[in-house]
Design a protein around this ligand. Structure first.
Ligand code: ZN
Length: 300
């Protein structure tokens, strides 16, 4: 009997080392049930010059639901705004779900085509109550709900998928590398790391990492890390993004420009002398891509 707790602890320790992050279910999904499986963009993806700060749920006119009891913190709508809308979110709603150890938690909804009567009346909203419907207002290339979660205590946007039951979307495929390249000042040159290639200088190396759910989704990864000759050179986790010194940074400290060049993930600032590059990338359901490349770099 004495040994059982120890055995259980040991098993837990192994599982913890392998699992990307604990997923809680403090929020319901913010859209009607039959649409729950669709995600078109994940948290932390590149938006060319900034991190995507939420998730995108595609579709026009999808019922948007309060994921928890809330009150309305902020609302802006083209109908009540003379002239231009001030930013790209289109019709936007921000709800306050009250205080917790992490400060107040707010959730945001952008590109809405309409809001519910309860929202128009500024009434308190119950968990599961309809708050509006998805649309294509503001800077949006197709109807979708942009959903984000902000915590005032840390001044951080949090990956919404960490706060909602993960039973509602499917992700069975590990991330993959779609493209590799070196950045020659402003130009990106594709390379195949499995074949010999020439480098005249120590250019930074990038790769297009892509995760897929069950089919053709093109999501960002949840985390990745890179080893160069077995030494860690970069690692990043897209669990939250904090506002510090006038810029948004990952908890590990990097700003957007340190992680991305356009939509390519930074692997290392240079490989010229390296023999081996290892990369590991994971999604939130712990599907793992892991590979070591033996580099054959010709120097001239
Ligand atoms: Zn979005």
């Amino acid at each position: 009997m004495q040994k059982i707790p120890f055995l259980i602890l040991f098993t837990f320790a192994l599982a913890a080392a392998d699992a990307p992050a604990p997923v809680s279910a403090e929020f319901d999904w913010p859209v009607e049930k039959e649409k729950k499986y669709q995600i078109s963009s994940t948290f932390g993806e590149s938006r060319i010059d900034h991190f995507h700060n939420g998730i995108d749920l595609p579709g026009e006119g999808i019922k948007v639901l309060a994921p928890r009891d809330s009150r309305i913190l902020y609302r802006i709508n083209a109908e009540i705004t003379p002239g231009e809308m001030p930013f790209g979110g289109g019709n936007t709603l921000i709800l306050d779900h009250g205080a917790s150890a992490a400060g107040n938690t707010w959730t945001g909804y952008m590109h809405l085509n309409a809001v519910s009567d309860a929202v128009l009346k500024n009434a308190p909203l119950a968990r599961g109550e309809k708050i509006g419907s998805s649309g294509n207002t503001g800077h949006s290339g197709g109807a979708h709900l942009h959903f984000f979660v902000y915590q005032t205590g840390e001044r951080a946007v949090v990956n919404p998928l960490l706060l909602m039951s993960d039973a509602y979307y499917r992700d069975k495929k590990p991330p993959e590398i779609k493209e590799w390249g070196v950045l020659l000042t402003e130009k990106f040159a594709s390379v195949n790391p499995e074949k010999p290639f020439r480098l005249s200088s120590d250019f930074p190396v990038y790769a297009l990492l892509q995760d897929h759910g069950v089919g053709a989704e093109r999501w960002g990864v949840y985390d990745y890390r890179v080893l160069l000759d077995d030494k860690p050179v970069i690692s990043a986790t897209f669990d939250k993004i904090l506002f510090r010194n006038d810029s948004w940074r990952l908890a590990s400290g990097q700003a957007f420009e340190e992680i991305f060049y356009r939509n390519q993930y930074s692997l290392t600032t240079g490989v010229r002398k390296a023999k081996r590059l290892s990369i590991e990338a994971r999604d939130l359901k712990n599907n793992v891509f892991r590979k070591t490349f033996d580099l054959k770099i010709q120097q001239n």
